[in-house]
Ligand binder design. Structure first.
Ligand SMILES: [Zn+2]
Length: 747
């Protein structure tokens, strides 16, 4: 789903200085807190299901759930009726005594505990409709009404409903390799999601009296059973989305005959539901790769808005190897489509939208679908499904296999701002992109929101940048997450937190993981290593159920980059980046031997030993420094060194030697808890600039402070740490030497 950006105030966290320890204080022992220690304390132990390399192991298995469904939409009363036969295959070695089925619509039931599990207080200001709904009216009667559950021979099965989960007791255990078929008959009242909320339901158009349905979580769905959770039967409280097994679907959907439908899967009876003209236009779209072809026109859709047919039509869909099924239905739908070539195969990019979406939707939606499929495929695998559909639904951003709901409409006069346009393209890229994560790389959304939202937001950023280099991107770049990471620690929790326990959902599960992946790609691993590893993860786990460990391990396994320090800090803590320049000292090279120097000032003297002779490097503020030595370094002025070079190098070789003139000792401190590469930009007095990057491992011996010597040919005028804002450094006031007056953050 899509999270709207929230703006939080930039809070600068003051850098705390290390407490000075008395050298004589007796040291007690301490645990290993080194930032580079390996993550054995945090990761699940590898096993035969999931290997230490991050790949599926030889004993890896997953369950399969196939569905045959007949669904009927009662548009007049906004009810949905269905019967389904589920065939469940037990591929686990162990037997199952019962099955768990998800009843997500029960989150809308009158007895739902979800609203009771939230604290609330009286609103300072509330709309009258909202007040009436909250304090006066009876709660909407959503929730599944289960009419029967029967086995294949028609015998009733016993079942127990616990909120959004239903346990079906099996007459005899389901053994390894066996399957069982059973049928469920159900119906429910469809919610007006603009009033009741939810990721599915209908939108009512008062002007013409029509409804636009987006139907999802609309049927009892099998829970996941696997080697990690056993049954993943954690309740649906409303935030943590879904965990679903793969299977094959055959779904017949009966709707008023003037409706147009799109759904997961390939339509099996297009000739029965499209007009002759529409069939011809669809055939043209199947061969058109450069622009969308309108299949159901705005004129056709508008003409039907007042027909309200009593006749019915059944649309038949088939989908193989999908984890879920979604339906969009309305007589308001305009329909356009084009073909996309991916890996030598044609995929259909499709959009359905009411006239209220035009001219924006006709222009951009299907093009954005096509672009997304190409961009994501290039970073993962060729999109394996035959189509991807974008449905215009007010205020929605939600994904299902091959179909998704997206917001974004122009003003009533058809005009729109860039904000509306890019917001709409962004949500389409995001939701279509979810086909890859988590519809195909099928992570457990109920447990880990970041595994699909974070990876998908990162991929969305890449797709937006390739759509338009000037795209007004939101989440993705490292600097975009600074306001969040510098916020009050009490409002933060690690990315590795359960989906239901996240305070700032969008920042924690979308923005921060996306920024983290960008830091890995741009700054820590480099694009080549990162892209190969990311692609390896996607290919290892497509059509499977990966865990966080599988992702982290694969990223290391395929790159030879030990990123435990980054994963530990970025994903498992709320630490932030803050690295600064603490001190800069110039050093002079001399033959003059300094007098004995006290032991606590070792930095005052650095020896360079050559052939028995020595030169000395003395800090500018040292009393040992003879004022006459205070000049730019020239080999000719250091006799033993000059003699050494003459004796050991030919003239030609000497000409190639470096010729540093100035020596600087630069001390960098790190008030922030996160470890990052140290990116240093040196500006010289003639305006030229040099960048030097030290790997994050520079911090492995001392996590608070490191020192480097820079030998340069020109005088350094300025030193900046992380000049391109690649590391999400939350406090830039200490990043520059000499200290600069900071521009107001409100500029
Ligand atoms: Zn999403």
């Amino acid at each position: 789903m899509r999270q709207i950006h929230s703006i939080s105030l930039l809070l600068i966290v003051s850098a705390s200085l290390l407490a000075q320890e008395s050298p004589k204080a007796k040291q007690s022992g301490h645990e290993d807190t080194n930032k580079f220690r390996q993550m054995y304390d945090l990761l699940a132990t590898p096993n035969m299901y999931r290997t230490a390399s991050g790949a599926p192991g030889p004993e890896y298995y997953q369950q399969q759930a196939d569905y045959k469904m007949d669904v009927e939409l009662d548009d007049k009363n906004q009810k949905l009726y269905g019967t389904e036969t589920i065939t469940y295959h037990n591929n686990a070695k162990e037997q199952l005594d019962y099955l768990w089925v998800q009843l997500d619509q029960n989150q809308n039931a009158r007895a739902s505990l979800s609203p009771l599990a939230q604290s609330n207080k009286p609103e300072a200001s509330i709309g009258i409709q909202g007040f009436s709904r909250k304090y006066l009216e009876e709660k909407f009667d959503g929730g599944f009404k289960i009419e029967y559950i029967k086995d294949a021979s028609g015998k009733p099965l016993t079942y127990t409903i616990n909120q959004t989960m239903m346990r079906i007791d099996l007459p005899k255990p389901l053994l390894h390799g066996e399957k069982i078929s059973f049928s469920i008959k159900w119906w429910y009242n469809i919610n007006d999601y603009m009033i009741v909320g939810g990721r599915s339901g209908y939108e009512h158009f008062p002007k013409d009296g029509n409804n636009l349905y987006i139907l999802a979580q609309f049927y009892p769905r099998m829970a996941v059973y696997n080697d990690v959770e056993g049954w993943q039967n954690m309740q649906f409280w409303g935030s943590g989305e879904f965990a679903l097994p793969f299977g094959n679907f055959e779904v017949n959907i009966t709707v008023p005959s003037d409706h147009i439908i799109e759904a997961t899967g390939m339509l099996q009876n297009r000739k029965e539901v499209f007009t002759t003209d529409q069939l011809k236009r669809y055939a043209l779209a199947e061969k058109t790769y450069d622009k969308p072809v309108v299949v159901v026109t705005q004129e056709e859709a508008t003409a039907k808005e007042s027909s309200f047919s009593d006749q019915k039509k059944t649309w038949k869909f088939k989908a193989d190897n999908v984890r879920d099924f979604g339906i969009a239905s309305s007589r308001k739908f305009i329909y356009d489509a084009m073909a996309v070539k991916l890996g030598g195969k044609d995929v259909m990019a499709v959009s359905v939208y009411p006239k209220e979406g035009n001219p924006l939707w006709g222009e951009y939606s299907t093009r954005a679908v096509a672009h997304t499929l190409k961009s994501y495929s290039s970073h993962t695998f060729d999109f394996p499904y035959p189509k991807a559909v974008s449905v215009n639904a007010q205020d929605q951003g939600m994904e299902y296999p091959m179909i998704c709901w997206n917001f974004g409409r122009p003003e009533e006069d058809g005009t729109y701002s860039d904000r509306i346009k890019f917001g709409m393209i962004g949500v389409i890229i995001h939701e279509v992109g979810h086909n890859f994560f988590p519809m195909i790389v099928n992570s457990d959304e109920r447990q880990w929101t970041w595994m699909d939202e974070g990876l998908n937001t990162f991929m969305q950023y890449l797709a937006e940048m390739s759509w338009d280099a000037n795209y007004p991107v939101g989440r993705g770049p490292a600097k975009s997450i600074v306001p969040y990471m510098s916020g009050d620690q009490a409002s933060l929790e690690p990315i590795m937190s359960n989906s239901e326990s996240i305070k700032q959902f969008g920042n924690n599960a979308y923005g921060k993981p996306a920024a983290g992946l960008n830091i890995l790609r741009e700054t820590i691993m480099g694009r080549e290593l990162f892209d190969f590893a990311f692609k390896t993860y996607a290919n290892r786990w497509k059509f499977k159920h990966p865990t966080p460990e599988d992702f982290f391990r694969t990223m290391e396994d395929a790159s030879a980059m030990d990123i435990d320090f980054f994963i530990r800090g970025w994903f498992y803590t709320t630490d932030f980046t803050d690295i600064g320049v603490k001190e800069v000292k110039r050093f002079y090279v001399t033959e003059q031997k300094p007098k004995d120097v006290k032991a606590e000032e070792p930095s005052i003297r650095k020896k360079v030993t050559t052939a028995g002779a020595q030169v000395y490097m003395i800090a500018e503020d040292s009393k040992e420094l003879n004022p006459s030595a205070k000049k730019a370094f020239d080999i000719k002025n250091v006799k033993p060194l000059d003699e050494f070079l003459q004796a050991n190098f030919s003239a030609e070789e000497r000409a190639k030697l470096k010729a540093p003139k100035y020596f600087y000792q630069v001390t960098f401190d790190k008030p922030g808890g996160l470890v990052m590469p140290l990116i240093v930009e040196l500006t010289f007095e003639d305006g030229t600039v040099v960048n030097q990057v030290f790997p994050a491992q520079i911090w492995r011996m001392n996590d608070k402070e490191v020192t480097r010597t820079f030998a340069t040919e020109k005088i350094i005028k300025k030193i900046v740490v992380d000049p391109k804002l690649e590391t999400a450094d939350i406090d830039l006031t200490n990043n520059t030497w000499p200290k600069e007056e900071q521009k107001s953050k409100f500029d």
